[in-house]
Design a protein around this ligand. Structure first.
Ligand SMILES: [Zn+2]
Length: 424
């Protein structure tokens, strides 16, 4: 049974290596290659896989299975069938030819170093931060997630305050400042028993221990920096209670620097909009919010007054038909305002209201005072139909729409005719 020698265990900084193919298979339509040795880290222990190239072919995933590390190749790469050998063959547009790969000579693997180094910064940063949480408040890490965005750990304590998090962050960054060496080695069970492990390992047999010198020991199969200084920076960016646990989102090194640049852009945008200094920006936002509140209050009062006086003016021009006064007009206000005036008019005994609102979608608003026996819903239904539209509602209030402004006039005329007929 062949196995893959894990070069990343001896040297996490190895980015280029040579190896031979020991097995080839198809995995979800992709050709996957197992090598006798590799620097590609396969997904595991919370750390995502490496990507890169193998004999010039794109490697999009790496995964461990038993003792082998499989390198998943991107489909449809030209010349793949002769990988590592001569490139005289026809371009291959489909899946790679496994048989040709397995016969290939020694091939060169190259990691996407930026991606791997980022993973090392986040992962070593996580070890330091997790230990800082234990030292601060005996808060143990029960889960770790390294995604493409934020990195998270879940703590078994949810009662930490913002001040606590700031203290832990400061302690973790102090470990960066001390530039402590980081070493990884396989130890026997006897040696393991003597180590102050952060967490008991789940695996049996020889265990790989990652040590942040004199600070933290944990069982881990990941790739790590040579010393804590290379973490650069640990920044907690969010915390979220999840039952009895606390999820901490943080960024290390390059990710933290990129986030700083993003936040600086945000701050500069705010400052430019308010033409103020950064320290005054929050005050400017507060003033704007207060101002908007006051304006909304003023506007509501003015709209109330406007609705009252507009209703009085319309009522003065209302048509007396039988025992009723009918307010029938086409208006060009926003429909909310027209509705508001109608509501005021409804409070006047004997009043019938037929409003046509000119808008992109012309609307009909019909209403009546409580003492009027006519059914506004039925009136609107018939009137809207006459105007080529549709609508309806309750006896005291109804709404509808017609396709055009002319339709509004036709609908109102139909409603008026109907009222005259009933009043006779
Ligand atoms: Zn780890």
């Amino acid at each position: 049974m062949s196995k893959t020698e894990k070069l990343y265990y001896q040297d996490a900084y190895l980015r280029t290596f040579t190896a031979h193919v020991v097995a080839v298979r198809t995995l979800n339509g992709h050709t996957a290659v197992a090598l006798d040795r590799t620097a590609f880290y396969p997904t595991g222990g919370g750390q995502p896989n490496d990507t890169g190239s193998l004999a010039g072919l794109r490697v999009i995933d790496a995964l461990a299975e038993d003792d082998l590390v499989w390198h998943v190749l991107q489909a449809g790469q030209a010349g793949a069938s002769k990988a590592g050998a001569s490139n005289a063959g026809a371009p291959d547009a489909g899946a790679l030819d496994p048989a040709a790969l397995s016969g290939a000579a020694e091939m060169t693997g190259v990691l996407d170093w930026e991606r791997r180094f980022d993973h090392m910064q986040q992962h070593t940063g996580q070890h330091v931060l997790s230990e800082a949480f234990i030292q601060f408040g005996n808060a143990h890490t029960v889960a770790f997630h390294l995604g493409s965005g934020a990195v998270t750990i879940d703590l078994d304590r949810s009662d930490l305050t913002h001040a606590d998090l700031a203290a832990v962050e400061a302690a973790a960054n102090a470990v960066i400042d001390r530039a402590l060496p980081v070493k990884a080695a396989f130890v026997t069970n006897a040696e393991l028993a003597k180590l102050p492990l952060r967490k008991q390992p789940a695996v049996a047999g020889a265990v790989r221990i990652v040590e942040v010198a004199g600070y933290d020991w944990s069982a881990c199969g990941g790739t790590h920096l040579v010393n804590t200084a290379q973490i650069g920076l640990i920044k907690i960016i969010a915390s979220e209670r999840r039952g009895a646990e606390l999820r901490i989102a943080f960024l290390c090194g390059g990710r933290a620097r990129a986030d700083y640049a993003r936040l600086q852009g945000l701050a500069e945008g705010l400052v430019a909009r308010f033409t103020t200094g950064q320290d005054e920006a929050l005050g400017a936002v507060d003033r704007l919010v207060e101002e908007a509140k006051a304006i909304r209050k003023d506007l509501a009062a003015l709209e109330g007054e406007w609705a009252e006086s507009t209703a009085a003016a319309w009522w003065a021009e209302a048509l007396p038909i039988g025992a009723w006064r009918v307010v029938s007009r086409v208006v060009e206000y926003p429909v909310e305002r027209a509705r508001r005036v109608a509501q005021v008019l409804k409070a006047r005994p004997g009043t019938l209201i037929f409003l046509g609102v000119r808008a992109e979608r012309p609307q009909l608003l019909f209403g009546r005072a409580d003492d009027v026996t006519l059914n506004a819903g039925e009136l609107l239904k018939a009137a809207a139909a006459a105007g080529g539209g549709r609508g309806g509602g309750r006896p005291e209030w109804a709404q509808g729409g017609v396709p055009s402004a002319e339709g509004l006039e036709v609908a109102l005329a139909a409603a008026l005719a109907r009222v005259k007929q009933v009043a006779r």
